[in-house]
Design a protein around this ligand. Structure first.
Ligand SMILES: Cc1ncc(COP(=O)(O)O)c(C=O)c1O
Length: 382
């Protein structure tokens, strides 16, 4: 059997990771400023994390949700504390798309409605409801097109108010990323998020904060939506939650009540995934990584803003993006192949920086120096 060929890949085989570095099968070392797509929150192979998973696996890796799994409650308690949402309820699943599926489904159960408002340039995952709420026709199959999702322009407060004034009573949920990731590091304005909150309150809709990429401390606050100073009804989480171990979840406000059978999953909340997630949260708290992300992000943004050729340097914490002119379109490729630095991208010409929250200042300087060198080089050849 061969692999179903859906990923355009780099011809690199990563075999080892430590902190902010990974090594290929020729023992070449790479600086990871991509975090495997914003997934690596506490650094590759963090010793506390490795030990916690090994110890859990030695006891038991999995049993179904038909029995008590106390580590789920431990995870929920610590998550409530670290995110400052102690009165929320946690439902565990396995990925970001699945978290958003459950969030939207729950909003629909809760309100008895079927319409969902999403925004231009959104990305919420590749499964049915999540992809239907994703603004990319190329990845939406005919079966995903239910007509239940309405796309409005991102950060357009007036358009949102107008839509709610006409259709507010039909809307089950508004789903929004606090900082759009795949869409190109676009920050939801404070006014926009507050308007979503107040309109949701007025019309009885559920405000879903997609924190899959921008959550878990990456932005310098636990949820980037927290910058608006209002609570969402549901937060979806995944990427940074397990530092690479597949786990996702939704944090649900106390007013949304559970019912047996309403949501469910075989693997979600298994012992091993919970051990990984608990270790991640413990490290985030013990090592002060949320504050660190804020400080390092400000440092990096400032450096990048001073580099001639980088446009519109933006973002919060360690979720940073900038645009480059077409003549610098090889920047990412050269950073990878010449300087051995992984970065992320957003089409057409945005570079995304999404390192582990544990990355050192020395590594941030290495990144900035390499970018400067490459911009100089590309200036000479183009
Ligand atoms: C904001 C956001 N939501 C949801 C997802 C989907 O997550 P997953 O790939 O784990 O299904 C992603 C993935 O990139 C994302 O960036």
């Amino acid at each position: 059997m061969k692999l179903f060929d859906v990923y355009p890949i780099n011809d690199i085989t990563i075999v080892k990771g430590e902190g902010s570095y990974v090594w290929d099968d020729n023992d070449v070392r790479y600086l990871d400023c991509y975090g495997g797509h914003a997934v690596i929150s506490i650094g590759h192979s963090h010793p506390y994390y490795v030990q916690a998973i090994e110890e859990q696996l030695g006891r038991i890796g999995f049993y179904s949700n038909s029995v008590r799994i106390p580590i789920q409650q431990q995870l929920a308690a610590l998550l409530g504390e670290v995110s400052d949402k102690t009165d929320y309820q946690l439902f565990l699943c396995n990925s970001g798309a699945e978290a958003n599926e459950n969030a939207i489904k729950l909003a629909s159960f809760h309100t008895g409605r079927s319409k969902v408002v999403a925004f231009s340039k959104s990305f919420h995952g590749r499964t049915s409801l999540a992809v239907a709420a994703t603004d990319n026709k190329a990845i939406v199959a005919p079966v995903n097109e239910t007509g239940n999702v309405i796309f409005l322009p991102f950060n357009d407060v007036e358009a949102l108010k107008e839509y709610f004034a006409l259709h507010g009573n039909t809307i089950a949920a508004v789903i929004v990323e606090g900082i759009q990731g795949v869409g190109g590091i676009n920050i939801a304005s404070i006014d926009f998020l507050r308007t979503i909150r107040s309109l949701s309150d007025k019309y009885g809709a559920v405000y879903i904060a997609d924190a899959v990429q921008c959550g878990y401390g990456r932005s310098g606050k636990f949820f980037s939506h927290d910058y608006a100073g209002v609570d969402a009804d549901i937060y979806s989480m995944a990427k940074g939650m397990g530092n690479g171990f597949p786990i996702g979840g939704i944090a649900i406000a106390p007013g949304i009540l559970p019912k047996y059978g309403m949501l469910g999953t075989t693997f979600g909340g298994n012992h091993l995934a919970c051990a990984a997630a608990l270790a991640v949260l413990t490290v985030i708290r013990e090592e002060g990584l949320i504050e660190a992300a804020d400080k390092k992000g400000e440092y990096l943004k400032k450096q990048l803003q001073e580099v001639n050729g980088l446009m519109n340097v933006r973002g919060r914490g360690l979720m940073i993006g900038f645009d480059v002119a077409d003549r610098f379109r090889d920047l990412r490729r050269n950073l990878l192949h010449k300087h051995k630095i992984f970065t992320g991208e957003a089409k057409p010409n945005t570079v995304r920086i999404l390192p582990a929250l544990t990355i050192g200042y020395a590594e941030l300087d290495i990144l900035v120096d390499a970018i400067k060198q490459e911009i100089d080089y590309l200036n000479t050849v183009n």
